[in-house]
Ligand binder design. Structure first.
Ligand code: FAD
Ligand code: NAI
Length: 475
């Protein structure tokens, strides 16, 4: 097998595998090295996203949402059900099948694009004249040489000091996605994206879920109005969310875990649960790279230091995705992967950080792009805001899901859309229109003048645009 390449990509998650494919499309000879193993020890490219992140979490969110609908909402449609039950092993097997399909899809794409795939750990050996030597430690040991190297090694869950993950009772995202039966009592530390998504899955299936959050505000990065609306909905569903807590000692006790904490008023508590998920953020993966040997610069968090172009301090070495600064999102990693491949080809790859959408796949879904109202106020920027509730949208009523709204923020003078914030049904899909509008520097009037299909949830976006000019038609 060839061992000399134009481009070597280390890491086969969304940042790495997409960089490899784009580089191959541009005519380079490309190797992609990834160490993730499936349950049989075989390759499982796709990284955190495919194996223990985006894809399996959405599979479980879907299954648990079906269960919740059958339990609480089918009756409204005149559908009767007897003996509703949940077969957790079957639900997990379906999720595993979805993951496998994605793993296999990536291997197929590598073949189609003539990307050479190496299963094992990639690490730097030494600098060469105009390139790099990279070792692959897998079933055997191989040494590759590449003119350019793209690092896309991703991130791993951060553990709390004194409470290492055992993936049996104290769980990271990995263990959280394969709990073999519905725990009676579940605690999550951190009410960020994973806390809310995983908390929702197990709450819908019947667990008593408590989320402990250190910060005094709920979803502080989200537009306040949207965060309030979401908080109200989660509490109504039965999620217990404690803000402003200080987590103390965590011990495995009896069959479960006991979590000591003080609440916002300084009162001490102990929470006894069957399982604990710790979702307090993630740390970049750089330990296996032999970074010291070649002088690759890392910051104090262990992330690889890059410039705006994703170039590291080493010539011909780039880094993308969770292992560098910026939001830890699969689509951000992909965009950087494409941009780097294009820069290697001498093109002008570009990532617009101002229009990267965020989505939290709870029910209601939360999605946003651009600035929040708090940010605009802090910047002293004059803006106009308009919002439209799904309660006044015909399609939402027909769906039986009228929670939430679309909110639009536009510059007071130019009317350029500065931010769109959605909480409600299919917010994850609706946000794409807002991203496109902002990428094209649309005004709220542009959106208000576009014909939107009726009845559709997207009409709420048009109405929010009309609301900026205080002329909604249906509210
Ligand atoms: P990763 O996906 O982490 O991939 C890195 C790969 O490199 C891994 O396969 C790893 O094994 C491999 N690797 C590391 N070191 C080496 C080495 N030395 N040699 C060989 N291989 C190596 N983001 C979203 O946008 N939407 C979501 O819905 C979403 N849901 C998520 C849900 C959960 C539970 C979690 C944990 C994350 C979620 N994310 C989501 C975040 C998303 O998964 C990450 O942002 C994304 O995977 C980052 O891609 P990446 O390519 O940088 O790294
Ligand atoms: P997060 O950064 O979203 O949330 C972590 C939360 O934990 C914060 O609210 C923080 O204040 C809190 N926290 C930190 N230390 C704490 C402590 N000691 N005690 C109590 N609370 C504490 O991180 P999370 O949920 O682990 O997810 C990691 C990343 O993965 C996300 O930031 C996101 O980038 C990505 N992700 C994206 C998803 C999506 O796009 N839908 C889904 C899941 C994850």
């Amino acid at each position: 097998m060839n061992t000399t390449f134009d481009v070597i990509v280390i890491g086969g998650g969304p940042g790495g595998y997409i960089a490899a494919i784009r580089a191959a499309q541009l005519g380079f000879s490309v190797a992609c090295i990834d160490e993730w193993k499936n349950s049989k020890g075989g390759p499982a490219p796709g990284g955190t996203c495919t194996n223990v992140g985006c894809i399996p979490s959405k599979a479980l969110l879907q299954s648990s949402e079906h269960f919740e609908h059958a339990q609480h909402h089918f009756a409204d449609h005149g559908i009767g059900l007897k003996d509703l039950s949940i077969d957790v092993p079957k639900m997990l097997a379906r999720k595993d099948q979805v993951v496998r399909q994605n793993n296999e899809g990536i291997l197929y794409l590598f073949k189609k694009n003539k990307v050479s795939f190496f299963h094992g750990r990639g690490s730097f050996v030494r600098a060469l004249e105009g390139g790099w030597e990279v070792a692959v430690a897998g079933a055997g040991q191989e040494v590759l040489t590449g003119r350019q190297v793209v690092l896309a090694t991703g991130s791993s869950a951060r553990a709390l000091p004194g409470a290492p993950f055992d993936e049996e009772r104290i769980l990271s995202n990995d263990g959280a996605l394969r709990i073999g039966g519905v725990p009676r009592r579940l605690a999550l530390i951190g009410s960020g994206v994973i806390g809310l998504e995983m908390g929702s899955v197990w709450r819908r299936l019947g667990a008593e879920v408590t989320v402990l959050e250190a910060l005094p505000t709920f979803l502080g990065a989200v537009d306040e109005q949207v965060a309030k609306e979401a908080h109200k909905a989660f509490i109504k569903q039965g999620l217990k969310i404690e803000l402003g807590v200080k987590v103390g000692e965590i011990v495995r006790a009896g069959e479960g875990v006991s979590v000591a904490y003080t609440d916002a008023k300084g009162q001490p508590h102990t929470l006894e649960v069957d399982r604990l998920i710790v979702s307090i953020g993630r740390v970049p993966n750089t330990t296996g790279l032999n970074a010291e040997a070649v002088g690759l610069k890392l910051d104090e968090r262990g992330a690889i230091v890059v410039d705006e172009q994703c170039h590291t301090n080493l010539p011909g070495v780039w880094a993308v995705g969770d292992v560098v600064r910026g939001p830890m999102l699969a689509h951000k990693a992909e965009e950087e992967g494409v941009a780097v491949a294009e820069r290697i080809a001498g093109q002008h790859g570009h990532v617009n950080f101002d229009t990267i959408p965020w989505v939290i796949y709870t029910s209601p879904e939360i999605a946003w792009v651009g600035k929040t109202e708090q940010q605009l106020k802090a910047e002293g920027r004059a803006y106009r805001a308009g919002s439209f509730p799904f309660m006044a949208n015909g399609r939402a009523r027909a769906l039986g899901d009228t929670t939430g709204m679309v909110k639009m923020l536009a510059d007071a003078a130019t009317d350029e859309v500065l931010g769109v914030h959605i909480v409600g049904p299919y917010a994850s899909e609706l946000i794409a229109e807002a991203v496109m509008a902002m990428e094209f520097k649309a005004s709220s009037e542009d959106i208000a003048r576009i014909c939107h299909a009726h009845p559709s949830l997207s009409e709420a976006t048009k109405e929010a645009a009309l609301a900026v000019d205080k002329r909604t038609l249906n509210f």
